[in-house]
Design a protein. Sequence first.
Length: 272
Amino acid sequence: MRRQLRPSWWETSLHSGVRGFRCSAGNTAQKTSFPAQPAVKTSFNEKDRSICATYSPQPWDFDHTGGVPIWKLLHHTSLLWMDMHRHWFTPPEGGPPFTDLFFGRCIFLDFSRSYHNQVFPGCSLPHTLRISKIGKTSFFLEQRILETTGKTVQPFGPLAAEPSFVYTVTAAPSDTDFLRHVSHYQYVRYCCDCVSFGAEKGAYSIITGDMAQYKIKRFELLNLGEARTGDVLTVTSWEDPAQSDLIKFQIKKGEGIITQCSMQFFTDNSKM
């Protein structure tokens, strides 16, 4: 990946603010014209019938450390239902939309340390989405951001260790998609909130204090069920006994497991 030079986070934010807002002598704010481009642009490649998109992070996508939280990255690079309807699945006249039947099974992401250093407001993150295999009851979607290995996520078994931290959340209406199911990136946000609260309370040995200061090296998500508005979810986290930079999560609705997730963080001793 080609290295790009960027100004500091504070300088970038400050310049964006100056470009976006103007004040008159009476201190009355004027309408802003920022941003100059949409956060996500899409197009369709007729040759291989792939959906191409470019995500340009905006200043408000970043946290106080100058990074884009992983759940926001997943949100902006997630499946584009409108484009899939338009380019891939035209429903029969008078029939139900085919995409109503979709259920995303798993997500696997691997980050280089340089990736976190190169994302800044206005940069371009191109990614493509194509159907790689169609079966009788399912099909594989391959989403390529930088590169892909085709690896799938396997469930992990019961953990013998006591939970490091437990967090409870109620699914809000704003957490759901147009089918009123909780979106996959919201489960990631719940896990991020869990580790944030746990780190503040000293629940983990390496991830301490401000969780946002620790950049993610590897991320896995496995969906086993679903949740809707009003469901009370329990997020349980464990620090891996063999790898203290690896935290595993399990989200339950009642007694049923609906999501498993793991996050490995860069530390001073991490290998690239």
